[in-house]
Design a protein around this ligand. Structure first.
Ligand code: GAP
Length: 450
């Protein structure tokens, strides 16, 4: 993790937020390269799930919604974590995690009284200072704010803890304003906020993060089949962006582990340096949300089914992934330190589909016709590929710089290029070099980036 955090800062992927003021725990900013990488992941996710299929549409809903949304969804009542404090050093812990870490037992679904009893009977103390722990109580994870100049209970609002609810509340708008019919999905990417008791591990668990969620609406009787089909397509997403198979594992949740709305959930775990941890949750949310919002809003969130000629409440299959967590997974998945003739080479093996740049262009000669040729090649290629132009330092140094940020191909224009109209293309992973005709460059690169 230290290598990854250091690379992320050194190369402008991720910085500690408000660093000049001493930072803020669990808040991070994305730098120039991080922003490009994040946008590339989002764009590729949208391409994979909407353009390469034709049954999923897009939405961008508000972060602050009517508070009734969170009452109907169950977040005000259920979106809680069990909290215990150290009486001596005042450090806060998630009681379930503390018990699980200490006793290796799953306490999902237990009451606060039961967890307090387990802590007392097993003499579990503060891991930091050995102090006595308080009784366990539930703590709601939603960030509260107030609308308008005066703070009181009448103008309370919440920052959304998931993007999903904006999709449910727009269900009628979407079915009425588009030509969607069951089965269809709605994809939304956006910020979510959770007042986590124990955040940490770099950008793995933060207070503010982005989710990429799809709510896929299906006829209830087809929901098991739809779950399997979308799950299979979703698994291909990981191949598509180059996540190694051995870094992924699937864990089906038991009845007590599932969220209150879920009929079936499979969590997709990634092998982080601190163990296999959840990267994505994949759930059958049944008709829970649409029925709840119908009840609270008195609007029937149903769709007319042409086959049965009836109004139905569809079931919802939900793949939900944290963009920041996927970003971290991709850095870890691609990070390699290689030995090249006794020298260390740091390489970020990112798929060309998401790497910040796909092609780096290196003029070897910094003046005259050769430089003009380099510039012409860059100006032409940047219309078709994500390109960077780098004139600084020895060619070896330029290769290392691009290796570290994951650029798959580097093109060098040397003095001979003016004579033979050819350039050298070097591959990031194999370091193999090819000599390619300048007028065949786009064709060559297109072949590489299928
Ligand atoms: N709508 C369903 C939902 O929100 P979740 O399992 O609570 O389900 C989905 O969250 C994903 O969001 C997680 O798998 C994770 O990738 C990401 N996520 C959740 N909390 C996070 C946090 N505090 N920081 C970063 N990512 C988080």
């Amino acid at each position: 993790m230290e290598d990854i955090i250091s690379l992320a800062k050194r190369r402008g992927f991720v910085y500690p937020a408000s660093e000049i003021y001493g930072g803020l725990s669990n808040a991070w900013d994305y730098g120039p390269l991080g922003t490009i990488l994040k946008n590339n992941i989002k764009n590729e996710f949208i391409r994979f799930f909407t353009i390469l299929r034709d049954d999923i549409v897009l939405l961008d809903s508000a972060i602050i919604q009517n508070p009734l949304v969170w009452k109907a969804s169950g977040h005000i009542e259920h979106f809680t974590d069990p909290l215990t404090d150290c009486l001596s050093c005042k450090k806060r812990y998630r009681a379930d995690q503390l018990i699980e870490d200490t006793l290796s037992t799953n306490v999902e679904g237990l009451s606060t009284e039961d967890m307090t009893k387990i802590i007392e009977e097993n003499n579990i103390k503060c891991p930091e200072c050995g102090g006595k722990l308080t009784k366990v109580s539930f703590f709601n994870l939603m960030f509260v704010t107030h609308i308008g100049p005066i703070e009181d209970v009448t103008n309370i609002a919440f920052l959304r803890p998931e993007t999903a609810q904006g999709i449910f509340t727009n269900f009628l708008n979407i079915t009425k304003s588009t030509r969607v019919n069951l089965p269809f999905g709605v994809l939304q990417i956006g910020k979510a906020f959770r007042n986590e008791i124990t955040a940490g591990n770099f950008i793995f668990r933060t207070l503010e993060f982005e989710q990429m969620e799809i709510e896929y609406f299906v006829d209830p009787k087809d929901s098991d089949k739809a779950f399997e089909e979308l799950f299979e397509y979703n698994s291909r997403w990981y191949d598509h962006i180059g996540i190694k198979k051995e870094n992924i594992k699937y864990v089906e949740l038991s009845d007590t582990e599932r969220a209150h709305y879920s009929k079936k959930t499979i969590d997709i775990y990634f092998k982080f340096p601190f163990g296999f941890k959840e990267l994505q949750s994949f759930a059958n949310r049944s008709d829970y949300d649409l029925r709840k919002h119908s009840e609270y809003s008195s609007k029937d969130l149903v769709i007319f089914d042409e086959k049965s000629k009836k109004n139905i409440y569809p079931y919802v299959i939900e793949p939900s992934i944290g963009l920041d967590r996927l970003f971290l997974a991709l850095l870890i998945n691609g990070f390699c330190i290689e030995d090249v003739s006794g020298e260390e080479r740091i390489v970020l093996k990112l798929s060309h589909r998401i790497s910040p740049y796909q092609v780096a262009i290196f003029p070897l000669v910094g003046k005259g016709e050769s430089l003009n040729l380099s510039r012409r090649i860059y100006d032409d290629l940047k219309l078709k590929f994500r390109c960077i132009y780098d004139m600084g330092g020895s060619i070896g140094k330029r290769y290392r710089r691009q290796d570290e940020i994951g650029t798959p191909k580097c093109i060098t224009i040397d003095p001979k290029s003016l004579e033979d109209n050819m350039v050298t293309i070097r591959d990031r992973d194999t370091m193999k070099q090819d000599r390619v005709k300048i007028d065949k460059l786009s064709e060559y690169l297109n072949q590489c980036f299928i």
